[in-house]
Design a protein around this ligand. Structure first.
Ligand SMILES: Nc1ncnc2c1ncn2[C@@H]1O[C@H](COP(=O)(O)OP(=O)(O)OP(=O)(O)O)[C@@H](O)[C@H]1O
Length: 252
């Protein structure tokens, strides 16, 4: 498996505080790789360094074989990053925003096709601020694809979404992976990481404390003698909710 990202002994200090404490990991090309960890663990800092948006204190980062210290501009060309929502010009509709990005990236992605892919074709003439939370996330993910990147970075993409919108976004992220794009995602939702990620790294207080596939991590825990206290129910409240309200998106 080709390693598309290699991070070696990465350190980030903010003044005297060491937020990232010499972590090493790699991401395989074509996988969905999750960074999990509590608030303040150093996930966003790590991602932003790899995305060339934040400086590192020390360590080595290679993205598709390119050294972050030597070729940051070449790295920018092959990655897709979600903008802060304030980055979307309020006066433009979704089609116009995609065309603007096309111009910035010197690409000619078909806006209708892209909106179709993220289930927003009906919203082509809507402004970003008029979208629901799930629609905003889908549009934001669509914009990461405009420069036809090899890797996209998604920082907590499903936070605040309802169960249907989350499941719909998981399908979209899998679809993007299946088309060959590597996906790096941070999330606080363990159910999401379990069903979506091929591998996860657990990061705590700036250190990676485990890295593996979710299944292997669960098997290892069970093999160590761990047992769930409560009897596992045949269904969850979320299953009930989905059963009552249906699987389809409600925001359209
Ligand atoms: N610009 C900054 N200046 C000083 N400290 C910072 C700065 N950015 C982040 N930190 C600190 O570094 C640590 C790691 O922050 P980071 O945002 O990377 O964590 P995170 O794992 O993404 O957290 P969350 O899950 O809450 O988003 C935190 O203790 C945070 O307060």
């Amino acid at each position: 498996m080709n390693k598309i990202i290699e991070v070696e002994k990465l350190v980030k200090m903010y003044g005297d505080f060491t937020a990232v404490k010499g972590i090493s990991f790699s991401v395989d090309e074509g996988e969905i790789f999750g960074l999990l960890g509590p608030n303040g663990a150093g996930k966003s800092t790590t991602l932003e360094i790899i995305e060339t948006l934040r400086s590192k204190t020390s360590g080595k980062v290679l993205v598709d074989g390119m050294d972050l210290d030597k070729q940051p501009n070449d790295i920018k060309k092959i990655i897709g990053v979600q903008l802060q929502t304030s980055g979307y010009y309020p006066g433009l509709n979704l089609t116009e925003l995609i065309e603007l990005f096309n111009g910035l990236y010197n690409r000619s992605v078909d806006a209708t096709q892209l909106l179709q892919m993220v289930n927003l074709k009906d919203k082509a003439k809507a402004k970003f601020k008029e979208l629901s939370g799930g629609q905003k996330q889908r549009f934001s993910i669509a914009t990461t694809l405009i420069n036809q990147p090899k890797i996209i970075f998604l920082d907590e993409p499903t936070t605040g979404l309802d169960p249907q919108a989350r499941r719909n976004l998981w399908d979209l992220i899998r679809d993007i992976r299946d088309k060959g794009t590597t996906v790096i995602i941070t999330t606080h939702y363990m159910d999401e990481a379990e069903v979506l990620c091929d591998r996860v790294a657990v990061i705590d207080s700036g250190e990676i404390i485990a890295i593996n596939s979710p299944d292997k991590m669960i098997d290892d825990l069970v093999a160590s003698g761990f047992e769930r206290k409560k009897e596992v129910k045949a269904a969850t409240l979320e299953d009930v909710f989905i059963n009552l309200t249906g699987k389809s998106l409600r925001e359209e």
